[in-house]
Write a protein that binds this ligand. Structure first.
Ligand SMILES: [Zn+2]
Ligand SMILES: [Zn+2]
Length: 163
């Protein structure tokens, strides 16, 4: 059987996997993945690039929910606390975590053109930053690394158009 590899089915599988992982982690921790929290996580994973809070709110309103910004922010806070999503401060958007349930701060390659994000988890980078901070007697509360640039696809497209 030939496996279908079109984008939408691939996306769906990833979303479903993320949702079931989140459900399991919540059960293990004894916290509640409410319907709203689950839906917010689903919206983030369904979208190919990271979303801002207001874009998420728009989708919720399309669902027919009476969403107010604080409700969305509380759901986002919960998802961040549990490590299911990361906030990318440079763009003020949220992206699904590729390794939920593990404690990590995350390093991200962010494409400025298409908004595509690649999450890395390089332990050497993590340890090096931690050591540098410690050497300067600096107490770290968040150690997210955001690298801005252009992905291969966008660069190819740009050079294609230039020809
Ligand atoms: Zn992550
Ligand atoms: Zn790109």
């Amino acid at each position: 059987m030939k496996q279908s590899l079109d984008c939408s089915s691939l996306q769906l599988t990833t979303t479903q996997r993320a949702l079931s992982e989140a459900k399991t982690v919540c059960q293990q921790r004894g916290v509640r993945l409410t319907e709203l929290r689950r839906r917010v996580l689903e919206i983030i994973w369904n979208h190919s690039s990271p979303l801002g809070a207001y874009a998420i709110l728009d989708v919720l309103r399309n669902d027919g929910r009476q969403g107010a910004p604080p409700t969305v922010y509380r759901a986002l806070d919960f998802l961040m606390e549990q490590g299911f999503i990361h906030r990318l401060a440079s763009l003020n958007v949220f992206t699904g975590c590729r390794q939920p349930g593990t404690h990590h701060s995350g390093q991200f390659l962010i494409c400025r053109d298409c908004g595509q994000v690649d999450e890395l988890s390089n332990l050497t980078v993590d340890a090096a930053l931690r050591a540098e901070a410690m050497a300067r007697d600096f107490e770290v509360s968040a150690q997210t690394v955001e690298v801005l640039g252009r992905c291969l696809m966008c660069r190819n497209e740009a050079s294609h158009h230039a020809n």
